[in-house]
Ligand binder design. Structure first.
Ligand SMILES: [Zn+2]
Ligand SMILES: [Zn+2]
Length: 160
């Protein structure tokens, strides 16, 4: 399961942008700069907001070779765009799969504030690209490790 998008109310968006501008010492922060900072796409909505969208491809690992999927973001993008409901594993196997979408309401007005960063190296892949969403909420940009972000509920299940 990996986070792919942040959905914010206009109020939260304004607050996070102003906090981030302050931290970075900029006059203002664009939508694109915020998305880049969070390493997630950001959308603004009136309802069902202040959520992080998490996606999971299932089954994983591959039922044929039992390898875990790699390049999850790219694999999910491909799965969503080609519409064949087929997952492609790192070895090139194609098998029927499902993309599950979860929503996690973790936003604690911490995206732009000074954070302590207790984890700097990913315990899974030793990568150093750890992205923080809140003090205790983080994920790795290089693999599917996260700090145990449990989705509270699943709203949407694509591909049945
Ligand atoms: Zn395989
Ligand atoms: Zn990692």
């Amino acid at each position: 399961m990996i986070p792919t998008e942040v959905v914010l109310s206009p109020q939260s968006y304004a607050q996070i942008v102003s906090e981030l501008a302050e931290v970075l010492g900029y006059e203002g922060v664009s939508h694109l700069q915020l998305a880049h900072h969070l390493a997630l796409s950001v959308s603004i909505q009136q309802e069902n907001t202040d959520l992080v969208v998490l996606k999971e491809l299932s089954p994983n690992p591959c039922p044929i070779c039992h390898r875990r999927l790699t390049f999850l973001r790219e694999t999910m993008d491909r799965f969503e765009s080609d519409g064949s409901q087929q997952v492609r594993c790192p070895m090139g196997h194609r098998y029927p799969g499902e993309l599950k979408v979860y929503y996690l309401d973790i936003f604690q007005h911490a995206a732009g504030s000074e954070l302590e960063k207790p984890v700097k190296v990913c315990p899974e892949c030793q990568g150093v690209n750890i992205q923080y969403l809140a003090v205790n909420v983080m994920f790795c940009l290089d693999c599917d490790w996260d700090s145990g972000m449990e989705p509270r509920y699943q709203i949407q299940s694509v591909g049945d």
